[in-house]
Ligand binder design. Structure first.
Ligand code: FES
Length: 74
């Protein structure tokens, strides 16, 4: 499912949950990689550096915010 979100200081995971969009999460702290989604467009910033390894365009939504309008594949 493709989801568009506006720029905001809210964590992407929290924002998706507020919209009742089901996502995976466990640690909610950038360790486990379970919340990884694809960033299709836009930019994000991490509020804490993730420890999990990521491929290009992968985002851990538990610790990232949107710094522009973003489109995510969740
Ligand atoms: S929930 Fe574990 S890395 Fe995001």
């Amino acid at each position: 499912m493709k989801i568009e979100l506006t720029q905001s200081n809210g964590l992407l995971l929290t924002r998706l949950e507020a919209l009742n969009i089901r996502t995976h999460s466990q640690c909610r702290a950038g360790f486990c990689n379970s919340c990884r989604v694809k960033l299709l467009s836009g930019t994000v910033k991490y509020v804490q550096a993730p420890l999990a390894e990521l491929d290009k365009n992968d985002v851990l939504i538990c610790c990232a915010i949107a710094t522009s309008k973003v489109t995510l594949q969740v």
